[in-house]
Design a protein around this ligand. Structure first.
Ligand code: OAD
Length: 360
């Protein structure tokens, strides 16, 4: 984990580095998103036989020690990032997956980018909506969903992912907080209009129909890149869609809709912050699972230190995890694909019988 990106910390933080300053009361309600919304059915299957890679086998004492702590942990938090959905085929933000066409995904996730070029930003989010609808939850999503059911009110997932895959894995919605919003929510940009709605129809408007090209930049063929501009390249597949053809609010019928994402520089919904804070202050959290996240964005990253500062332990599931800092503090690192590790690591509590056959 890098965890040290101060620029990003400052840009998404609610107020400076700790992220707990003034918050807007403009709350976004989190709505339920089930598999039936996207017409995909997940099969139930009998017993799973996990195949452990060499790296996984070599860590068996680490695994036992983690599982002992897990079994005796009363209250648990999972902090989830893009790496959890990576093996469902969705790209991460930093590293090789972080480009969309010629654009850095992070540059497009700002209110400034939307104001300057709503056509570009809508095409980016429309491509992400398409990809998320085509993706399927993986064994990691199912494992957390099962943990949530078994631990009942003593488990909370804080997800930075906006793809809806956790809910499609039937993660109980009352124990799942969308820290950064949801790709399928749309909101009116009008100052006086409060329209907000979950919409799964894709594309949202005909003008966004042919931007269904791949999310990962490596898939751009040279033929689509023509002239050079001052930021890099002009990509001919990006269209300049006129404002009136972009999604317009069906309520006020005049202002643009925007994706229901918490962009850099915007506050997290107060309800989300409150729910996470209440969980943290009620009683000690014994364990935080830090899954597939670079921990570079606040306030999300701050939850790890808050659990640690009260004596809770940290377990990291990351393909690129750096062991030293976490293990030094008595925590655990499971290096590799979170979708493979989570069912194994959580097995003493969640069992083996709930993961669909295609996820094994
Ligand atoms: P990042 O792209 O910053 O980090 C993804 C992490 O997942 C990295 O640490 C990878 O090593 C790890 N990873 C990749 N594949 C994995 C796998 N199969 N199993 C386990 N780990 C894997 O994504 P986030 O930390 O989620 O915000 O980024 C946080 C926020 O920054 C996002 O929610 C987004 C972004 O800008 C907004 O858009 C507001």
């Amino acid at each position: 984990m890098s965890g040290n990106d101060q620029n990003l910390v400052a840009s998404i933080s609610l107020d400076g580095a700790n992220g707990y300053g003034d918050v807007d009361t403009d709350d976004i309600s989190i709505k339920s998103f089930t598999d039936s919304d996207v017409s995909s059915s997940e099969e139930e299957t009998p017993k799973v036989n996990y195949l452990l890679s060499d790296t996984m086998l070599s860590s068996s004492s680490n695994l036992k020690s983690f599982q002992n702590h897990l079994i005796f942990s009363k209250r648990i938090i999972a902090l989830v990032g893009a790496g959890l959905s990576a093996s469902s085929g969705l790209p991460t933000f930093r590293g090789s997956g972080g480009m969309w066409r010629n654009y850095d995904a992070i540059d497009l996730a700002t209110p400034e980018a939307f104001r300057a070029n709503p056509s570009l930003v809508w095409q980016f989010y429309s491509a992400r909506r398409s990809a998320a609808l085509k993706a399927r939850p993986n064994a990691g999503h199912y494992s957390l969903a099962e943990l949530a059911r078994i631990k009942n009110g003593d488990f909370l997932t804080l997800t930075q992912n906006v793809d809806g895959l956790s809910l499609r894995a039937n993660h109980p919605s009352e124990t799942l907080l969308d820290l950064h919003g949801n790709l399928f929510e749309v909101r009116c940009t009008g100052f006086l209009c409060n329209y907000t709605q979950m919409v799964f129809k894709q594309p949202l408007v005909p003008a966004l129909a042919d931007n269904d090209f791949p999310l990962i930049s490596a898939d751009i063929d040279d033929a689509t890149v023509s002239t050079v501009d001052n930021k890099g390249y002009i990509d001919e597949k990006i269209k300049n869609i006129p404002l009136k053809e972009l999604p317009i609010c069906p309520k006020c019928k005049k202002d643009l809709l925007r994706p229901g994402i918490v962009w850099f520089g915007e506050p997290l919904p107060l309800k989300v912050i409150d729910t996470a804070d209440n969980f943290l202050v009620q009683e000690k959290v014994d364990l935080i699972l830090v899954i597939g996240t670079s921990c570079s964005v606040w306030p999300a990253a701050g939850y790890v230190d808050r659990v640690k500062s009260k004596g809770g332990k940290v377990a990291v599931f990351n393909i690129e995890a750096d062991k030293e800092d976490v293990e030094h503090d008595g925590g655990w690192v499971f290096k590799g694909d979170a979708a493979k590790w989570l069912p194994i690591a959580l097995e003493p509590v969640i069992g083996r019988n709930f993961i669909p056959r295609r996820c094994r």
